[in-house]
Design a protein around this ligand. Sequence first.
Ligand code: FAD
Length: 369
Amino acid sequence: MAFTVSLIKIFIRRNSRQRGMKFLKCSEDAIPPPTGKRVAIVGAGPAGLGAAGVLRCKGHEVHVYDALQEPGGMLIFAIPEYHVPKAGVRSGVQELVKAGVNFHLKTKVAGCSGDGVKLEDLVRDFDAVLIATGTWRSRNLGVPGEDLPGVYVALDWLFEFYQAQLGYTSMDEVPPLGHNIMVVGGGLTAVDATEVPLRYLKDRFNIQKVYLSYRRTRNEAPMSPREFNRLIEKYGVEPLELTVPTKFSPGPNGRVASATLQRMKLESVPGDKRPHPVPIPGSEFEVKVDAVLVAAGEIPSPPFEQGCLGIELNRDGTIKTDQKFRTTAKKVFAAGDVRHGASLYGLALKSGNEAAAALDEFLRTGSWS
Ligand SMILES: Cc1cc2nc3c(=O)[nH]c(=O)nc-3n(C[C@H](O)[C@H](O)[C@H](O)COP(=O)(O)OP(=O)(O)OC[C@H]3O[C@@H](n4cnc5c(N)ncnc54)[C@H](O)[C@@H]3O)c2cc1C
């Protein structure tokens, strides 16, 4: 099963390079006359854009709100150009703009508390609202020294890099790395956190060595053994399989200077697909590092806290919905990774399309039962 998911990931990564992105689900001249219904979509990632493309083709007035400088979500601000060319995403967005989708950029939406456009105002002023805000928070390791300068959340670091690469900030603002980098994790974010610095910033930071610490082995890694091997063969990455950081320590300048790792062994647990890593007592060892990129997994980032406007969250932070993508508050729908957890952009797009169909049914019938 894990192997199948890995193959799907490789397939999606490879194929995304060859195509542009299509969000609009009809030709511009096939858009029906206005229905008089207005929809607000919060989040312009693949889920939000996919939903916009369906709803516009039903004749609804569509407004998309996003906190960032341009639409695309992680397609623009988290995935490298060599996997998803930005031009393809931008041409898909342009098609939406030409078809009359309204974008409100650099506009954060917040529910119940927090700064930004109020979610409660959107719910009041629109006939329906779709939340598609993705997974922009990251798990931390919860170990001493994780807050030292030079220990970064990988997604945040990648985001800073793409901001600079896209020209929204300068390369001087990219958090500095150093000669020896340690990446912690085994998923797609760990792959990019390993490869992006080596492809684009090797000379700038005089990068000599990248370690990849993963708590299981490459055979269980979500990135797939093939990606793991590619990083080793292509870039000389040093794998530290079956290890977990237990501490980061500072050097004289206060920045991280070393990581203490503990070795793991794998034990199978009945009913669990993957074996569990179990610490081996007394197996700690130290590795000198100048920077650490922690890619321990992304978690959902709804634009509100539990219970805001009556919208409930699940224990894992995803927004609680039924099969029709309806949240526990009338008129409010959710789609994409914030609904089903960190996944792949094709799944987020599909979720946005399906949520839009359910939302359209609600607009046409007014039925919430
Ligand atoms: C490093 C990395 C690499 C990846 N590589 C791949 C890959 O190679 N292939 C693949 O298929 N998938 C990949 N993924 C996963 C893929 O990017 C996601 O599954 C997909 O983008 C989720 O789409 P989404 O629309 O649900 O959310 P997102 O793409 O995250 O979009 C959410 C949008 O909501 C906006 N937003 C959030 N909060 C607010 C707010 N309060 N107010 C206004 N706007 C807000 C954000 O700015 C963002 O634009 C990768 C993910 C990461 C982190």
